[in-house]
Design a protein around this ligand. Structure first.
Ligand code: NDP
Length: 331
């Protein structure tokens, strides 16, 4: 028997409900690798899947949890043997396939990555999908020419999961980080992660008719999109890039937005962590082990248990979670 957060749906009313249950292990889907899960996390998508699903969940009853880290218990794939420490992000686990909010998970071998030396399963989930995405965003900016000394790098949604990890990585790499937040009370937290400056969210809140604004930023990791992304693009320095990861502030951007791309050669790089091939995920986890200071990571962590998840799912959808939630599924 294993404990899990199970989401059920009442077919008549269409309402969903999430509760911690003890279920037979035999109910887990058959797959190549069985992992004894140590930790999972709470990402924005988890908030959706704990609640009404938002079109992500395919079948009920459902076990959410889009990422987890743990120890291989059994494997039919030669790449993994019992005792190996592994991490999983993406591949629609926790959406179309039962996920990490359980003491065990059965998944395809291709979806896993061996945990790099020096990272514990708890640290891996303090990073989680949000942190992996932050690393992928930084790597994409570097591939497009980001270097230190060219000016401040902007991080939007900075107090959230992606933003917190991006801030810590960029600062540790020697960049001057300008952290955009709508929560002034997180200023000490963000400077503790290495931000050089806090920029209020309101500075980017208004749509402007100006085609371009003054050139301020040498790069940007954007977790917010919406009106903010439109304003950010108009303020990018010539030939720089924005790595856009999410839509926390809405999907629509300023419709008349073409000038930054033509006159300033700005690149808009879309980052998606879900279908990242194995080699990319491995490279990103190795960079995380090298470039993310683990003491700063610890400052981001909010510990939680399976029973905390329904409330945390609601909080993250309201943009009220600070940093990264680490869920001890065995507590
Ligand atoms: P969080 O909720 O932890 O952080 C989002 C942050 O955005 C909030 O903390 C807040 O930061 C800011 N924010 C929220 N609402 C608004 C708003 N209306 N206007 C302006 N700013 C707002 O989420 P994550 O960091 O985990 O994820 C961020 C986004 O990235 C989500 O849309 C998520 O779905 C997406 N994502 C995409 C991935 C990919 O592979 N592409 C992977 C992981 C996440 P503050 O309080 O500092 O202003």
């Amino acid at each position: 028997m294993i404990r899990a957060l199970v989401v059920t749906k009442d077919e008549e009313t269409g309402k969903t409900a999430a509760s911690v249950e003890t279920i037979e292990e035999s109910r887990l889907p058959e797959s190549e690798v069985t992992v004894a899960v140590d930790y999972s996390t709470v990402n924005y998508k988890d908030g959706l899947c704990i609640g009404p699903g938002g079109g992500l969940v395919r079948n009920y009853p459902h076990i959410p949890g889009i990422d987890f880290a743990g120890t291989v218990e059994a494997s039919t794939d030669a790449r993994y043997k019992p005792g190996d420490k592994v991490v999983l992000t993406g591949w629609r686990v926790g959406e179309a396939h039962w996920g990490g909010y359980a003491q065990k998970a059965c998944v395809r071998a291709d979806w896993l990555v061996p945990l790099p030396a020096g990272i514990t399963t708890r640290q891996a989930m303090a990073v989680g999908t949000a942190g992996l995405t932050a690393m992928l965003a930084v790597m994409a900016l570097e591939d497009h020419g980001l270097q230190t000394g060219h000016g401040p790098v902007l991080v939007t949604g900075a107090a959230g999961g992606v933003g917190s990890v991006a801030t810590a990585i960029l600062a540790n790499l020697g960049h001057e980080v300008a952290a955009v937040t709508g929560r002034p009370e997180t200023a000490d937290y963000l400077t503790g992660l290495g931000a050089s400056r806090i920029v209020p969210r309101e500075d980017f809140a208004e749509v402007t008719r100006k085609p371009l604004e003054s050139e301020n930023w040498a790069g940007c990791v954007d977790a917010v999109a919406g009106v903010m992304l439109g304003r950010v693009l108009k303020q990018m320095k010539y030939g720089t890039s924005v790595a856009a990861v999410g839509l926390a502030g809405g999907a629509a951007i300023d419709g008349a937005l073409i000038t930054p791309f033509i006159l300033r050669g700005v690149n808009l790089l879309g980052i998606d962590s879900v279908m990242q091939p194995y080699a990319n995920r491995l490279r990103a986890w190795e960079r995380i082990a090298r470039d993310l200071p683990m003491d700063r990571l610890e400052a981001m962590v909010q510990p939680a248990t399976l029973t905390d998840l329904p409330g945390l799912g609601r909080d993250i959808l309201k943009g009220q979670v600070r940093g990264r939630v680490v869920v001890d599924v065995n507590a």
